[in-house]
Structure formats: C-alpha cells, structure tokens
Design a protein. Structure first.
Length: 349
C-alpha cells in the first residue's frame, strides 16, 4: 500500500518537507565558539563561564557556548582576529596585544588616568564614548563589552624601585605603547615581551622587571619567587574587549540579539570588582614567594605622576597630529574617571 504522503500533490510535498526542515533547524541550538587567552581559573575566565552558562539557560537551550580558554585557538595577539574572521564567534582579547590598532580606546591606558578596574570599565562603556569613538575602531565585530584590569605597577627581580632615579638603566617589559613611552621617560629601556613569556625572560635575566598588575603577576602568570620587589604605583590599566563576529551577530534572530545585549548591560561594576578583587590575593602570592611591597614617598609619587602626565599629554598630541580626536576622547575619559571615582573603588585613596 502506498503511503498517503505520496498521494499529496508535489507542491504540498515540498511545503511539508520545507516545514519539517525548518522545524529541525529551529530545534538545533546555535553553537557559539568563545576564545580567550588565560586559564579557566582566572577571574575573567570564570566570569565568562558564568555569563555563557546564563546565556544558555536564558535562551532555553537555543544557544550553546563552547569555550576555548588558554590560547587553545591561537596566541594572545590573534584573539581579536579569530573573532573578526569568524574562526571564533566570540573573543575576549587584549588591546595591547596588537599595539596601535585601537588608538582611541588605548588612551584609557595612559598613566594615572584610571584608579581601578571598576572606574576604567565603567568609563569605557559609557554609551556616548562608545557610540562616538570606540566601537568604530573595532572593525568586523560587534562590541559586547569593554573593560580594564586593576591598575598595575613595576615589579623587579633584583633592584628595588624607591625613586624615579632607580629606574635608570633597567630593562623593563611594557604592557602597552603608552607604558612603553612611560618606561622610556623614566630612564629605563622598554622591552616588548609577550605576556606568556614574561616569567621566562625574568628568570633568564633578559629583562629586569615588568609593568603589570598584582593579579597578573601573582595569579595569572605566577611570578611569586621570581620578582622580589613590587613598587605600588597603581599607575596604569590595560584594556580588553569581549566581541562577537559581525556575521554571527547578524545571523542571530532578533530575540537572541536582544538577549545577548541585555546580558552585558549593567555588568561594569561586577566585572570591575572581579578584577580589583585580584589585587589582594595577587599581592599575597608574591609576598609568600619572598617579595617586598614598596610604597613610594609622597614626593616620589608626585615625580612619577608628573612624568606620567607628560607621557599622556604627548600621546594625546600625537593622536591629534594624525587627525584623530585625541583631545576630545581623553577629556571625555578624564571626566568619566572623575565622575566614577566618587562611587567606585579607587586604589589612589
């Protein structure tokens, strides 16, 4: 006996087949590949894992996030392009890993602009700042959130830094182009070293110290026992972004786009506090390894800040000279930093 299916007109068969295929496609979850460059134990990795799990739950299983931590998809300097080209759907990346590519966003990294990760993250996600200047620098991707780590300082293996004069002649790894200029202005020699190679270069004596935050030094890169002196300047932040491939974003149904947009709204304080919270355990890890914490005298702190201000002014002038709105962006960032410092954690207080 022939099935009743075969007695249907051809157009009806096609319509039924298309309906079945559409239903199957709707039932199949959308897999989003998320890449980043540190271990799953890092505070930001844990935040991303929590965020991804909540996204899966809130989507009713229509979204599945597959995570690729610890540079398993590519090294730190490739993370942004992994998302831009579509090899990954989402990436958490470090702006400083590709220096000069995001010149306006990188202004947040000039010395002594942001006093905490909470302040920096709130400032970077100001709707006007992003809409007018920052999002446009991130070509080929949809910016989900921008953020910073807690302010960093200088950590050395042999020579303690108690004054600006102590910096002279040292080879110091820099965290971004502006900190490279800061290192040079302090009389040291800036050296470019990938984040993952810092400890090895310190142990070999290729470099004498690094500019990095306590969380990065003590927890992310486990420098305890290698660096012996930490001068608490809290002088700069590094910036990061979490971005989605633009084509991936465009293909999502409107309700899932809205869900993702909502998932990254009003999380600046949460993310900032997670980064700032690394300061105490990061410091403890270094001190447990035999490290020494050094507090600058008010006079020396003022000297470091004066040099930092000169570096910031030079960076703004450089961008203005290239036809970029350096002054406008810096002034906006400075105003946002002042605003948020009144209600946020501030390491300078």
């Amino acid at each position: 006996m022939r099935s009743k299916f075969w007695n249907l007109p051809a157009f009806a068969v096609l319509a039924l087949t298309a309906s079945i295929a559409t239903a199957a496609a709707q039932q199949k979850p959308i897999e989003l590949k998320l890449t980043h460059f540190v271990t799953e134990q890092h505070a930001m990795s844990r935040w991303l894992a929590k965020w991804a799990d909540q996204l899966e739950k809130d989507s009713g299983g229509r979204i599945v996030v597959k995570r690729f931590p610890n540079s398993t998809m590519g090294p730190v300097q490739q993370q942004y392009d992994l998302a831009r080209t579509g090899q990954a759907d989402i990436a958490w990346f470090l702006h400083g890993a590709t220096p000069g590519r995001f010149p306006l966003t990188e202004l947040v990294q000039v010395p002594y602009l942001m006093g905490s990760a909470e302040i920096g993250t709130k400032a970077l996600n100001d709707p006007e700042l992003r809409a007018k200047y920052l999002d446009a620098e991130h070509k080929g991707v949809k910016v989900l959130i921008l953020l910073t780590h807690q302010p960093g300082q200088i950590h050395t293996t042999k020579k303690p830094i108690r004054s600006t004069d102590d910096m002279k002649g040292l080879r110091i790894r820099f965290a971004s182009p502006t900190i490279r200029d800061f290192v040079a202005a302090l009389g040291a020699t800036p050296v470019g070293v990938l984040p993952t190679e810092q400890v090895e270069q310190l142990q070999k004596g290729t470099i004498d110290g690094v500019f990095i935050d306590y969380g990065g030094a003590g927890i992310a890169f486990k420098m305890g026992g290698t660096v012996k002196h930490s001068t608490e300047m809290y002088s700069y932040v590094s910036s990061f972004g979490v971005v989605m491939n633009q084509d991936t974003w465009n293909k999502l149904p409107p309700d899932l786009q809205a869900l993702i947009t909502k998932s990254v709204q009003n999380v600046e304080k949460e993310i900032g506090e997670a980064w700032d919270g690394l300061d105490v355990p990061g410091k403890k890890a270094l001190m447990d390894g035999g490290g020494e914490a050094i507090k600058l005298s008010p006079a020396e702190d003022a000297k470091f800040r004066k040099i930092g201000a000169d570096v910031a002014a030079a960076k703004v002038k450089e961008l203005d000279g290239k036809g970029l709105p350096g002054t406008a962006v810096y002034e906006m960032m400075k105003g946002l930093a002042d605003k948020h410092s009144k209600t946020s954690k501030n390491f300078w207080n």
